[in-house]
Design a protein around this ligand. Structure first.
Ligand SMILES: [Zn+2]
Length: 338
C-alpha cells in the first residue's frame, strides 16, 4: 500500500502540508537514516539504499522548508509533559552507529544547525564486531568471483542449489539465531571480517562518539548486537536493552538514555515495556520504525524510514501523512500492544 502511495508522490506534492497536519493532528515527524555515503560500501549494498551526501542535503533542505528541527531535550519534554508542538517539527535520527554519520552526515547537520541522534550497537563500537546483515552483504558481494569448488562447499553448508540467485536469497535471509553460518561461509570463501573491520572501520569509535557528544549530538542505544526482537525471548529482549543502555550510560555518562529497536519493534509486548522499567538503567524514550503512527506506549515513538529507493525524504513523509489520513477512517493509527 505504501509503495503504491509513494508512486503517486507528484499528486501528494499538490496537497498543502498544512492541511495534512491539520487533518491528522500530527505536527511532529521523525525521519531516520542509516548511512550517508557517496559510494555505497559493499557491506551496505544488500542491506538498504544509501543516500549520497548531495541527496541527503537535498532531503534536509526540503524538510527544513516545511518543518523546524527540534533537539532531543525538547522531544523528551514534549513526551513527558504531553505538550504538543506549536509548529510543524522534525526530530532526526540515525541507526546502526556507522562512522559515515561522523564523516559525512554530522558535518552537514552542524553546518545547517540541525540536531540529531545516533543509535549505536554497543557490541560494535570501535569495530569490535559486525552486524550479521552486513556480513551477509559482504559475502554476497564476493560470491560471484569464487571458484566453483568453493561455491560447492558453500551451497553444501547452506543446503541449497548451486544457483547465484538462490544462494543470494538464502544468505540475505539468514536469521540472527543462525548468524554463525555467515562466519563459517566467510571462512570457506576466504573473507576475513576482522580484517575488514580493521581496514574499513565501518563503525563509530569511542573517540568519535565523544566528539559527537561534545558537538551536541545525542547518542542512544540500538541493542548489543542487532537481533530482531520478535525472534528472541522476552528475557533476551530485556537483556539486550538493559545492557546496551547501561554500557552507554557508563562509557559516556549519558543522563537521559534513549533506545531504538533493531529492525523493528513489531510484536514487542506490553510486558517488555514493564520489564525494562525494572532494569537498573532504563531508556527515557524508545523508538520504532512503523512510520507516522501513534503507539499505545506513550514513551515509544514511531519514526519514518526515509531510505526507500530513490524517493526523497519529503515525498516519503507526505506519503506517510496520506496513509495516516486513509487509516484514520478505519481507526488504525495507534499501534496496540499485547
Ligand atoms: Zn539497525
Amino acid at each position: 500500500m505504501k509503495d503504491f502511495l509513494l508512486k503517486l508522490a507528484p499528486v501528494w506534492r499538490l496537497k498543502p502540508l498544512g492541511l495534512l497536519t491539520l487533518f491528522t493532528g500530527q505536527k511532529l515527524v521523525m525521519p531516520f537514516y542509516h548511512a550517508v555515503e557517496d559510494e555505497p560500501k559493499p557491506y551496505l549494498k544488500h542491506a538498504y539504499p544509501v543516500k549520497s551526501v548531495k541527496s541527503f542535503e537535498k532531503d534536509l533542505d526540503e524538510i527544513l522548508h516545511h518543518f523546524e528541527p527540534v533537539d532531543t531535550e525538547t522531544l523528551i519534554n514534549w513526551v513527558q509533559t504531553g505538550k504538543q508542538p506549536s509548529k510543524r517539527s522534525f526530530w532526526l535520527s540515525f541507526d546502526d552507529g556507522l562512522s559515515s554519520f561522523y564523516h559525512f552526515a554530522a558535518p552537514v547537520l552542524k553546518r545547517k544547525g540541525i540536531p540529531a541522534a545516533c543509535f549505536v550497537n554497543t557490541a560494535f563500537i570501535d569495530n569490535k564486531d559486525l552486524f550479521f546483515r552486513y556480513k551477509a552483504s559482504l559475502v554476497i558481494e564476493q560470491i560471484n568471483g569464487l571458484e566453483n569448488a568453493v561455491i560447492k562447499k558453500i551451497t553444501g553448508k547452506l543446503e541449497v542449489e548451486t544457483d547465484f540467485q538462490v544462494i543470494k536469497e538464502r544468505i540475505e535471509n539468514v536469521k540472527y539465531a543462525e548468524k554463525k553460518v555467515l562466519d563459517d561461509i566467510a571462512e570457506i570463501a576466504g573473507i576475513s571480517f576482522s580484517e575488514f573491520l580493521k581496514t574499513e572501520q565501518p563503525y563509530l569509535s569511542t573517540v568519535q562518539i565523544k566528539s559527537l557528544l561534545k558537538d551536541g549530538f545525542t547518542i542512544g542505544a540500538h541493542s548489543l548486537d542487532h537481533p530482531k526482537f520478535s525472534e528472541i525471548p522476552i528475557e533476551e529482549q530485556v537483556r539486550q536493552t538493559g545492557q546496551s543502555v547501561g554500557n552507554l550510560v557508563k562509557a559516556f555518562d549519558i543522563k537521559t538514555p534513549l533506545f531504538s529497536f533493531p529492525f523493528t519493534d513489531d510484536k514487542v509486548s506490553k510486558a517488555y515495556f514493564e520489564r525494562i522499567r525494572n532494569n537498573p538503567v532504563s531508556p527515557v524514550l524508545t523508538f520504532g520504525t512503523a512510520g507516522l503512527k501513534r503507539d499505545q506506549i506513550y514513551t515509544n515513538l514511531q519514526r519514518i524510514p526515509v531510505e526507500l529507493g530513490h524517493a526523497s525524504a519529503m515525498d516519503i513523509i507526505r506519503m506517510e501523512y496520506v496513509y495516516y489520513v486513509l487509516k484514520s477512517f478505519i481507526g488504525k493509527n495507534t499501534l496496540k500492544r499485547f
